[in-house]
Design a protein around this ligand. Structure first.
Ligand SMILES: Nc1ncnc2c1ncn2[C@@H]1O[C@H](COP(=O)(O)OP(=O)(O)O)[C@@H](O)[C@H]1O
Ligand SMILES: N[C@H](CCC(=O)N[C@@H](CS)C(=O)NCCC(=O)O)C(=O)O
Ligand SMILES: [Mg+2]
Length: 475
């Protein structure tokens, strides 16, 4: 009798399957007629179940609801993923939530860690300015909401699950990721005679429901039934607000209530505001400051936002730093176990090694949203240029060990066209944290996002057009 396994709320049925990194079938070797039928059924399923995104080829996309849509890019079959690594990623999710919360409360750590970056990176400097204004005003965020996604790659050589980054702002795709898991379960059911794969090996993925529940619980904690949840988005969206609209329509009442367009705001959920391009003028910065000064629950607060920067990721990897924020020795060990090599550019030995072997490193600015990293020979060129110029620009970057996951065969669907390729994947685990003063109301893993990209592509990023949405098949 199969025994249900609990993993942070995930039900995975235990079977005697050996622990390999393969589905047991090669998607490239499926009979062409059968493959074509599966692809067709997957596209129909996507259309009927809302696995859709705006079609950049259509003028009306993003302007008129329901017009100019296309299926989200997806992998036809789920990616095999070792169950023990899946459990590890689920179980450290609440620990990372607690870590972000503790780091966010240490204003000095945030300011000191980013002090050199502040001098050379105008965007991070503006964020720090807002943060220091809050410190000067002794502003307390008594109710704190984090909707995070911790991204990992499984290093082929060491078999270590290594964290790529921890997103604390605008963690994308909780909605679509749930749908991809359902699509794959549906396909495995429909084609069980041909594939002989067990749909139950695809973990339940309730990311959108759990994130919605966290937002609703935060709204309840704010305890004003007339107040709204406001979603901050990039331009050309409706029913939500852009930063410039908030500047124009927002005001702060004497008791700290944020009122936008005449409505009190309980929760501000940022799905923008993480990139310099979101702040084309002083208006957007005024809006960010206004929200930060208010009693509205920011998701994220400026401190949570800063706690998710790559520089902080690198500082936390330094010896004895985690011990400043976490007490439990097991928790510290679990977190440290998933840290890849992370260094500042002040580490001259590492810079020298990166110039000699640039392919073993990724160089990262303090940016989010994909497409910003430096790879391969460009790492060498950039480091050499900085050395020659002797500027402080190096403080804007971190160096990270490049992780090499196993290559797998996959069939990728984009714009209705299928493409066979060899791919690598990146598992993101969503997690929600809600705290009111000393009471932790939510601290749980909330499903996952599996992104799969052709192995030749350096960057990931579905929105950036490099990766497709995927799910996992526990092996
Ligand atoms: N250490 C690494 N090893 C291999 N690939 C990496 C590494 N760091 C980042 N990447 C690739 O670059 C992409 C973007 O990097 P990330 O740190 O997630 O920046 P962003 O915040 O812009 O998403 C990742 O999705 C992954 O595909
Ligand atoms: N349009 C904005 C996009 C927001 C965004 O890029 N978020 C980053 C973390 S900051 C992210 O999660 N990137 C992984 C998803 C990908 O692969 O494209 C939104 O959806 O709010
Ligand atoms: Mg990322």
């Amino acid at each position: 009798m199969a025994q249900a396994l609990k993993c942070g709320g995930v039900e995975a049925m235990e079977t005697q399957q050996e622990n390999s990194m393969s589905l047991g079938i090669d998607p490239h070797k499926i009979d062409p007629q059968l493959l074509q039928k599966m692809e067709y059924d997957a596209l129909v399923w996507s259309s009927l179940h809302g696995l859709l995104v705006g079609d950049t080829n259509s003028q009306s996309s993003g302007r008129v609801p329901g017009v100019g849509l296309v299926h989200a890019p997806f992998s036809l079959l789920p990616m095999p993923f070792p169950e023990n690594h899946w459990k590890q990623a689920c179980q450290i999710a609440p620990i990372f939530n607690e870590l972000v919360d503790r780091v966010s409360l240490d204003g000095k750590f945030l300011q000191d860690s980013l002090s050199r970056t502040k001098k050379v990176d105008a965007f991070t400097s503006r964020l720090l300015e807002i943060h220091s204004k809050m410190l000067d005003a002794n502003k307390k965020e008594e109710i704190r909401l984090g909707l995070h996604r911790s991204d990992y790659m499984l290093d082929e050589q060491t078999k270590l699950l290594l964290q790529i980054e921890l997103n604390t702002i605008s963690s994308s795709f909780p909605g679509l990721s749930s749908l991809v898991s359902e699509l794959h379960r549906s396909l495995l059911h429909q084609y069980k005679q041909h594939l002989a794969l067990n749909p139950e090996r695809i973990p339940q993925n309730n990311s959108v429901t759990q994130f919605a529940e966290a937002l609703s619980k935060a709204w309840s904690e704010y305890n004003n039934p007339r107040a709204v949840v406001m979603v901050v988005v990039q331009t050309e969206e409706r029913n939500m607000k852009t930063l410039s609209e908030i500047d124009a329509l927002g005001e702060l009442l004497p008791d700290g209530t944020l009122v936008v367009d005449g409505e009190a705001v309980a929760v501000v959920y940022f799905r923008a505001g993480y990139a310099p391009s979101d702040y084309p003028s002083e208006s957007e910065w005024r809006a960010r400051l206004l929200m930060e000064q208010s009693s509205a629950i920011k998701c994220p607060s400026i401190a949570y936002h800063l706690a998710g920067t790559k520089k902080i990721q690198q500082e936390l990897a330094k010896p004895n730093v985690l011990e400043r924020f976490l007490e439990n020795k097991d928790d510290i060990a679990k977190v440290r176990k998933c840290f890849a090599g992370l260094w500042s550019l002040e580490d001259s030995n590492i810079v020298k090694d990166a110039i000699e072997k640039p392919g073993l490193y990724v160089m990262k600015p303090q940016r989010e949203g994909g497409g910003n990293n430096i790879y391969g020979d460009d790492v060498r060129e950039t480091l050499r240029r900085m050395e020659k110029e002797g500027s402080d620009e190096d403080a804007a970057y971190i160096l990270m060990q490049r992780i090499f996951p196993t290559l797998s065969p996959a069939v990728l669907m984009r714009q209705g066209i299928s493409r066979k390729d060899h791919v690598i994947s990146e598992l993101g685990v969503y997690a929600a944290y809600l705290r009111n003063k000393t009471k932790v109301i939510m601290n749980e893993e909330c499903g996952y996002l599996m992104r799969t990209k052709v192995s030749s592509s350096n960057e990931g990023g579905v929105a950036a057009g490099f990766a497709v949405l995927d799910s996992i098949y526990l092996v």
